[in-house]
Design a binder for this molecule. Sequence first.
Ligand code: ZN
Length: 195
Amino acid sequence: MYTQTLILNQTYNPHEVVDWKDAVTAMFKGAVEVLIQYDAVLVHIDRHSLLTFPELARALRQVIGTDAEELTIKVPAVAVLRRRLSATKSGAKFSKLNVCLRDDFRRQYCSARLPMSELNYDHVIPRARGGKTEWENIVMTCFACNQHKGMKTVTEAGMRLLKVPTRPAVLPMRGPVIDYRRAPPKWEPFIAQVA
Ligand SMILES: [Zn+2]
């Protein structure tokens, strides 16, 4: 069974991936509208029960937006946010995710894009030589480049940085990094492969 729900922003681009239980909660709070469901049924309420519990029927119909005579709630596969998000976020805190966002998930020596799990911190000035773990001294890199650079500086290692790391004033809001090989087929219309 698939256990994750893809949440889209209002322009139908991936915003985040959440546990389906959180998606159901968001649905009942009115924060998201479910677009596509998986096949697994969470609850089925037949016509008789809906007639017996009109209040429940009304509440459910309001959330689900249907006037069908029976209700079936399935595990949500894709949902869209009802509110608009701003395109950037400010007050960038130093974290691996935020450094990845600043560096556009690109390895700063060999330039290809990778999912966050395959990117590592590289200290531009090596830690052993006094380099600190801060915005101005950290870039994202792959394991191979990291090993190659070792305790050398960028110049000593004969490497080149894509750009000089700085503390960003704002970060771009980017969608989640999705593992395409393992993404549910129902997400396909909404996820574009990142080259
Ligand atoms: Zn690399």
